[in-house]
Design a protein around this ligand. Structure first.
Ligand code: ADP
Ligand code: MG
Length: 355
């Protein structure tokens, strides 16, 4: 029998609600960075520079050379659901760009100090704006909150400082800056491999050298070499696979039977967004089990494009998971293609050793 519980209902302070919502989207510095990289790519950038201090908790700065943001758009930039990428709900089925929820910048502004410096081609100067809790705020207390004219190059620089400064429990959960930096490098590395035509760099504050540096002109194999090393890049085979019936097109690079590592490395992009898929990972491992020694695993980069109306990107705010129609059939087709490439290399190797 159910007991009646008398509870006093109290509306949560909207600030608390916003902080909770933000914390669901941005769990670690890498999640803020991923959103900022996707925005920079959306803006047509050919150069993206990342600067990190204390694993991204003290500073996360990303500088792009994209189309910039209009001065008039700055006052509402960090309001939730303000996006230039989605006009009608129906647009959800035809989005071509990464973002569409208009939540990333808003979320960041609730849990960090956010500064935006931006210049469009049509503007004679750059504009700098500071944000807190979704709104423009002055650079210093007592000053005017309006964006200030400043010198700057074309493009946008987003500075995120003191992430989780107002969420002490979350802040305390981070034990190691180098662990967070490793996750940041993983994210930058994924996009650096995928986004051909875009130069990427990532640097730790105080370090003289860069951790990642790929020129805009680098080929995909060169990008794989820069990020994952020659041992991988020398042994990859290209594959392509598409099917009209399932509305997809894919291409990628997978290591051949000469290469193996302890853990499977998968770079999976669905409609140009880095995502995870345990189904795909399992299928890949199954495919390679016939080619690699026991305990050996491959490297696979897959660029998968699926008709937007077949993809449900709206499953979770973090967008790490993506559902799409005919997932099993598509994965099977891709793995069959990889298998036939592996078999080709395998037989040519046998042929070479025989001759
Ligand atoms: P979304 O990407 O889902 O639209 P965001 O909160 O990530 O939402 O960004 C809000 C808006 O800010 C974008 O729609 C875009 O118009 C603008 N914006 C953000 N970052 C950049 C950037 N680096 N360059 C140009 N415009 C940007
Ligand atoms: Mg975005």
């Amino acid at each position: 029998k159910s007991k009646k519980i008398k509870a006093r209902k109290r509306a949560l302070d909207p600030d608390v609600v916003n902080k909770i919502a933000a914390g669901e989207i941005i769990v670690a510095p890498m999640h803020a960075l991923k959103e900022l990289i996707e925005n920079a790519v959306d803006a047509g950038s050919t150069s993206i520079e990342v600067l990190v201090k204390d694993g991204g908790l003290k500073l996360l700065q990303i500088t792009d050379n994209g189309h910039g943001i209009d001065r008039d758009d700055l006052p509402i930039l960090c309001e939730r659901f303000t996006t230039s990428k989605l006009k009608e709900f129906e647009d959800l089925s035809s989005i071509g760009t990464y973002g569409f929820r208009g939540e990333a910048l808003a979320s960041i502004s609730h849990i960090a100090h956010l500064t935006v410096t931006t210049k469009t081609a049509g503007s004679s100067c750059a504009w700098r704006a500071h944000y807190g809790d979704g709104k423009l705020i002055p650079a210093k207390p007592g000053q005017n909150a309006a964006p200030k004219a400043t010198a700057g190059r074309g493009g946008t620089q987003i500075t995120v400082e003191d992430l989780f400064y107002n969420v002490p429990t979350r802040r305390r959960a981070f034990r190691s800056a180098s662990e967070e930096y490793a996750k940041i490098l993983d994210v930058v590395g994924r996009y650096a491999v995928h986004c051909h035509g875009v130069a990427f760099s990532c640097r730790k504050h105080g370090d003289s050298g860069v951790s990642i540096s790929t020129p805009a002109s680098a080929s995909t194999v060169d990008r794989i070499r820069q990020i994952h090393g020659s041992a991988v890049a020398n042994e990859v085979v290209e594959f392509n696979c598409e099917d009209k019936k399932f509305g997809f097109r894919s291409s990628g690079f997978a290591t051949n039977a000469n290469y193996h590592v302890k853990k499977t490395v998968i770079l999976l992009f669905i409609n140009h967004r880095a995502v995870e898929s345990t189904t795909f990972k399992r299928a890949v491992e199954q495919t390679y089990s016939a080619f690699l020694p026991k305990g050996g695993h491959p490297f696979v980069y897959l660029d998968l494009e699926i008709e937007p109306n077949r993809v449900d990107v709206n499953v979770h705010p973090t967008k790490r998971e993506v559902n799409f129609l005919n997932e099993d059939e598509i994965i099977e087709l891709v793995c069959t293609e990889i298998r036939s490439k592996l078999a080709e290399v395998d037989s040519s190797r046998t042929f070479l050793t025989q001759s």
